[in-house]
Design a binder for this molecule. Structure first.
Ligand code: PLP
Length: 268
């Protein structure tokens, strides 16, 4: 009989194209050697050309999924992706409290505040931003916004490494233990520098900028690789470092698919 692996839960939306969302999260959990579990929040209709629409799952069903897996299988770390509506966010926050997942419990919780797809399609109703700020950030061990999400959540416009620090401070003011400000969208920078901060430590993680347009699911894959490492017991700086190495290899192996943007790939 085999040993039970560590478990990771993703609370996120489905991508019918298989590139992002829960499909990317499960693939990443598998590649990182943890058992993946899901609380589906929304079903998107999408392909490589963009998101054609989505239907959200009733909030009580989202929260029932979280409680069902936590009560029985246990959760070593959890993450959120697409959450769609303020009502779902409220349900997620109270379910997490009930099963003791979050920064003040022993179970690490990563919030990837997904607002839109890289094709510009909204994945979050506008009024839900405030719920992310007030209900999820204070419960988070780590938040992992890209620069568009930083601007939407804090108003800070990141234009370079100095303003990455301002962004981290503004994010930490909303209550998470750690903030990772991803610099991948600073296209003038020849490197991809992400800033990880808890307000005391400011850790710059430098990566190669790679020449590919196929980066669909990149943010989800990074957040779930970090979550997998947290599930295995790594501290936040080490987990983020591992995640960054993982996503670099996935971007290096990204492949074309369909007529639009292909996904990052964990096949290596
Ligand atoms: N679809 C779903 C369900 C997602 O969760 C995400 C990202 O989190 C996306 C699409 C967008 O992915 P990308 O911005 O990499 O295109």
């Amino acid at each position: 009989m085999s040993v039970t692996p560590k478990t990771a839960l993703t609370i996120a939306g489905s991508d019918s194209g298989g590139g992002a969302g829960i499909q990317a999260d499960l693939r990443t959990f598998f590649a990182c050697g943890v058992h993946g579990m899901t609380a589906v929040t929304a079903v998107t209709v999408q392909n490589s050309l963009g998101v054609q629409g989505f239907t959200e799952i009733p909030p009580d069903v989202v929260s029932a999924q979280i409680k069902a897996v936590a009560d029985d299988m246990g959760v070593d770390a959890a993450k959120t992706g697409m959450l769609a509506t303020a009502e779902i966010i409220t349900a997620v926050a109270s379910a997490l409290d009930e099963v003791h997942i979050g920064r003040d419990a022993d179970v690490p919780f990563v919030v990837d505040p997904v607002a839109a797809s890289m094709t510009g399609d909204a994945l979050l109703r506008e009024e839900a931003l405030e719920a992310i700020r007030t209900e999820l950030f204070p419960r988070a061990t780590l938040v992992t916004p890209n620069l568009d999400e930083v601007r939407l959540l804090t108003g800070v416009e990141v234009t370079g490494r100095d303003s990455q620090r301002d962004a981290a401070r503004a994010l930490l003011d909303l209550g998470p233990m750690w903030a990772l400000v991803k610099g991948g969208h600073l296209y003038d920078d020849p490197e991809c520098v992400d800033l990880l901060s808890d307000g005391i430590q400011h850790i710059e993680l430098t990566g190669r900028r790679m020449d590919t347009e196929h980066t669909h699911g990149g943010g989800d894959t990074l957040a779930s690789a970090i979550t997998a490492s947290l599930a295995k017991g790594l501290g936040v700086p080490d987990a983020v470092d591992e995640g960054k190495r993982f996503i670099e290899r996935c971007v290096a192996e990204a492949y074309p698919l369909g007529k639009g943007v292909g996904p990052v790939s964990p096949f290596w």
